[in-house]
Ligand binder design. Structure first.
Ligand code: NAI
Length: 336
């Protein structure tokens, strides 16, 4: 009997990444284009495991419905797990695994793509030149060399981003409750207090998980403490930034630019083709009107290397758990 896995929020690139990773394993994928929530959980009936992504909603109600459908394992094909109620999963006897680091380089490099595009106005220049407007009006950026970059969270992705900033000749300040001092000294990076990272940086980049401590880390107060004209980058999780406060910071001209790959209310919007429809989210609509805001729809992870690694770790964990073995080291997510 093959191991049957219901894959929620499945996109064409997920189909190929998971199918290519299946190799010799006896796996049967059931791809669902819709996201997991309590109402869609019964679609997992007949499967032993489900495979979820960032905007699937594994709350207590969905988990109870999954348990009823016979699901024993949630294989998250992403690093973040803020969308799973771990206590409820535990109560339902459902084990949860994730892919902790599929390509931290992909995400760090995307952070730089956002920064360089924003700072050098490439998004505006691209459109202008295509309309034969070769004017340079309002396209003045600043040298990154010699400026200060702030990194909040120096885990896998934050550390690589910090090193890339150093490569541009930037001074790098960092904050993390679990500092890596040896690495910092070796790379010429300085750990300082959170307030100092926020107030001293010309470019501030967030690389922390979304937990209750970090929810709205960037709010009206912390945004007002940022240097006037500074650029804020968030490729981590939307909930780290209070969108209403962000819009105020942009309207007042205090913020120089904002690059986002994630958005608080991205569920149901990001990853979907909504062109031709009417955007119902007024704050996102407002953000899209600023010339100094650049938004990508949660694509920082999207490289061939990352998809390959996501497929490999997901398939390995699915088959290991199905065969009564333990999951790969460091991939199981447990309730606290
Ligand atoms: P990680 O677990 O390696 O590092 C997170 C770091 O944040 C740790 O060093 C931890 O000590 C630190 N941290 C925790 N609480 C903190 C706080 N209150 N203040 C400052 N630092 C704190 O995580 P990783 O792999 O580097 O991922 C970082 C973020 O990137 C996560 O939010 C993840 O969900 C997101 N991500 C986004 C992707 C995208 O496609 N946009 C893809 C992959 C991850």
């Amino acid at each position: 009997m093959p191991l049957r896995v219901a894959v929620y929020d499945a996109k064409p690139y997920d189909h190929s990444a998971l199918e290519n990773a299946s190799g010799e394993h006896d796996l049967e994928w059931v791809f669902h284009p819709f996201r997991l929530e309590a109402a869609t959980a019964p679609a997992a009936e007949g499967a032993q495991a489900v495979c979820l992504f960032v905007n699937d909603h594994a709350d207590a109600a969905a988990l109870q419905a999954l348990e009823k459908a016979g699901i024993r394992h949630i294989a998250l094909r992403c690093a973040g797990f803020n969308n799973v109620d771990l206590n409820a999963a535990n109560e339902c006897g459902i084990r949860v695994t994730r892919v902790p680091a599929y390509s931290p380089h992909a995400v760090a490099e995307h952070t730089l793509a956002l920064l360089l595009t924003l700072n050098r106005r490439i998004h505006r220049a691209y459109n202008r030149v295509r309309e034969l407007n070769f004017s340079l009006k309002d396209l003045v950026g600043f040298d990154l060399h010699g400026k200060t970059a702030g990194i909040i969270g120096t885990g896998r992705i934050g550390a690589i981003t910090a090193e890339i900033f150093r490569g541009f000749g930037m001074k790098v300040l960092a904050y993390d409750p679990m500092p890596q001092q040896t690495w910092a000294i070796e790379k010429g990076i300085q750990y300082v207090a959170l307030e100092e990272v926020i107030s001293s940086s010309d470019v501030l980049s967030l690389h922390v998980p979304l937990v209750s401590d970090t929810h709205h880390l960037m709010n009206a107060e912390s945004i007002s403490c940022m240097k006037p004209g500074a650029i804020l980058l968030n490729v981590s999780r939307g909930g780290l930034v209070d969108t209403t406060a962000l819009i105020q910071g942009l309207k007042s001209g205090h913020l120089g630019g904002v690059g986002l790959d994630v958005y608080e209310e991205e569920e149901g919007i990001f990853f979907e083709d909504l062109s031709g429809g009417v955007l119902q989210d007024d704050e996102l609509a407002r953000l899209l009107t600023f010339p100094n805001v650049l938004i990508t729809s949660h694509q920082a992870f999207l490289t061939h290397e990352a998809l390959h690694e996501i497929g490999r770790v997901t398939v390995e964990n699915l088959t290991r758990l199905f065969n009564g073995k333990s999951p790969l080291n460091g991939t199981e997510v447990l309730a606290e």
